[in-house]
Design a protein around this ligand. Structure first.
Ligand code: NAD
Length: 248
């Protein structure tokens, strides 16, 4: 029966880091989850296996979010298998840091293709079915770099700022259909993405974080879980920083 249907969540970039923690949290909340990843099949299938015991369906697909056709196929397959997507979380993201003078066209374009086009492709693919069901929650992962900027990350920060404008526009456009669109902007979270930073940079960052530690992906997932849920029914178009106070 339709009213007994489990809520369905779609997560881009779910094999690692923040996306992985979000997949786990949304599955634990009772969602059926479809997640995509770029290349790490082992990490993706270990997550599928880990969640198999929860009694909720979890499917993983290798999808490049920069490709509109691949995203469309993934979303269509998800809808055929699990049903209409109720929650979409865009966590897929990359960095290609360089001072602007050294930045290559490839570094610029790669980051835009994954971080910004990817968000557009996912939201474009899920929003029509959400409009028909007159409900939905979009949670887009940005970064404090998108709010405040960060030296050597002009490409990355441009995409993360773009996500904020995109989410706010969508909030105004589709709110009347019961669809909410919010942004989570993390500070420094311990994941593969940040493990490449050297000790000197990490020490410098730590000094500027009032809570005196880096964040955990599970803490970001808690916030995403809240925004995805009906507890956040009156919240849309908002940007939530989760950064240990680094930006104050
Ligand atoms: P991560 O590198 O650990 O994981 C990135 C995930 O994105 C992986 O699952 C990977 O498979 C996926 N991915 C990358 N390119 C893809 C593509 N083309 N198509 C599909 N999937 C792709 O990164 P993370 O630290 O977990 O970051 C997750 C998100 O959070 C990113 O959008 C990142 O910009 C953002 N963020 C992270 C931090 C941090 O400190 N870690 C801070 C602010 C924002």
């Amino acid at each position: 029966m339709e009213q007994d249907r489990k809520r369905v969540a779609l997560v881009s970039g779910g094999s690692r880091g923040i996306g992985r923690a979000v997949v786990k949290r949304l599955a634990a909340d009772g969602h059926e989850v479809s997640f995509c990843y770029r290349s790490d099949e082992q990490a993706a299938s270990s997550l599928e296996k880990e969640l198999a015991g929860l009694g909720t369906r979890v499917m993983a697909r290798k999808v490049d979010v920069a490709s509109p056709d691949s995203v469309r196929e993934w979303v269509a397959e998800t809808q055929e298998t699990l049903g209409t997507v109720d929650v979409a979380v865009t966590a897929a993201g990359i960095t290609r840091d360089n001072p602007l003078l050294m930045m290559t066209d490839e570094q610029w374009k790669d980051v835009l293709a994954v971080n910004l086009d990817g968000v557009y492709h996912v939201c474009r693919s899920v929003v029509f079915e959400m409009m028909k069901s007159r409900s939905g929650s979009l949670v887009l992962i940005s970064s404090v770099a998108g709010v405040y900027g960060h030296a050597t990350q002009s490409n990355y920060a441009a995409t993360k700022a773009g996500i904020i404008g995109f989410a706010k526009s969508l909030a105004k456009e589709v709110g009347r259909y019961g669809i909410r669109s919010n942004v989570v902007a993390p500070g420094f979270i311990e994941t593969d993405m940040t493990s490449v930073l050297n000790d000197k940079i990490r020490d410098e960052m730590l000094k500027s974080i009032p809570l005196n530690r880096f964040g955990d992906a599970g803490e970001v997932a808690d916030l995403v879980s809240f925004l995805a849920s009906e507890r956040a029914a009156y919240i849309t178009g908002s940007v939530f920083q989760i950064d240990g106070g680094i930006t104050i």
